[in-house]
Design a protein around this ligand. Sequence first.
Ligand SMILES: C[S@@+](CC[C@H](N)C(=O)[O-])C[C@H]1O[C@@H](n2cnc3c(N)ncnc32)[C@H](O)[C@@H]1O
Ligand code: SF4
Ligand code: SF4
Length: 355
Amino acid sequence: MDPNTIQATAATPEQSAPHAPLPVPELPLRVLLDLVTDCNLKCPMCIVHGGTDDPRLKEFLKKSMTVENARKVLDEIMAAKPLIMPGMWSEPTVNPDFKQHVRQIKERGLTVAMNTNGLKLNADMAQFLVDVKFDSVMFSVDAVTPETLQKVRGIKRLDLLHQAVERLMATRGDKALPRIGVSMTLQPANRHERDAFVEFWTQRVDVVRIGEIYEHGHFSGFIATGKRVPCQSLYTTLPVNTNGNVSLCCLDGFNEYNMGNVFKDGVKGVWHGPRFTAMRRLHERGEWDKIPICKTCDRWSSYQYEDIVRDGLLIRRTTEYTYYNRIDRIKNWHENLHGTHGDPSVKLKEAGCAS
Ligand SMILES: C[S@@+](CC[C@H](N)C(=O)[O-])C[C@H]1O[C@@H](n2cnc3c(N)ncnc32)[C@H](O)[C@@H]1O
Ligand code: SF4
Ligand code: SF4
């Protein structure tokens, strides 16, 4: 089925909906701006760059978002102060105009958070990120041994990744920003290193994130239980590709579900446009099986979270992610970085910790 014909089937009466249409904010709360399609790694787990013989890849590569096009989007959304993430399935720092992109995001008073593989994080880049007050940098490290790194990231040089994290920590010094974290995406090759990873990195950075891998159309490390609900991503997140086309969600890595083009129709035109609206209606009616990518996906269950305070850490758990936040470094986890999750201060007060 061509995913972009789905909207034609989406016009059944709303009174049959198990959910009435849910509120859609005027502008998205989170905007993913894919600055570039390329990456300097080919991690086998990556849904875009991992399948090196994937026929979709050739067409997809070697594209960048221009600073001018990004500016149009930022100008339209800045009043709503969304969180900006400058990448999807790519390495944001390989965009040749990365610094200019970041400057124009920060000049508009917006919060910016990125995942990075850290390979481009030299002294100059570290200084830039500190000077520009980049809000959050999450290094994808994924392993505690070079052998495991080879299996999950396709390289052996764990030392380079450690140096990149240490460089940014040292350059930041006593300053608040960026908030610095490391992440591990769990899969059979590294699952046995999970505890050692958390133990090692919680001594060093502000936050450690452990996530489950998405493969073969779902997250294999958990089973979603309970009644399925409409996926929050459709009400919060606008994933913009380099050419302005909008994906259904970040899991739509090759933009097979095109919600419209923000460079042509503006953010509001796409966000409230017929395709996004049709997808939301299908979710509200419980007809997610009409959207092939949603049918088997379990991310809808990962928006609920619980907070646990233990051993100097605020541990935030969803089905997909666990975040180990150091309580002594919690101050730079500011409100605009909470994303679709809430403020941790209630839990910290309950546990008798100053936040
Ligand atoms: C897709 S990458 C893009 C940013 C950057 N290139 C990086 O690796 O950090 C963002 C995050 O997704 C994780 N990731 C990669 N493949 C994944 C998969 N199949 N399922 C879940 N997460 C994945 C990476 O480990 C990384 O932490
Ligand atoms: S570094 Fe990130 S974008 Fe690049 S291949 Fe790995 S997971 Fe994918
Ligand atoms: S259910 Fe999964 S595939 Fe569908 S919109 Fe949500 S995250 Fe994307």
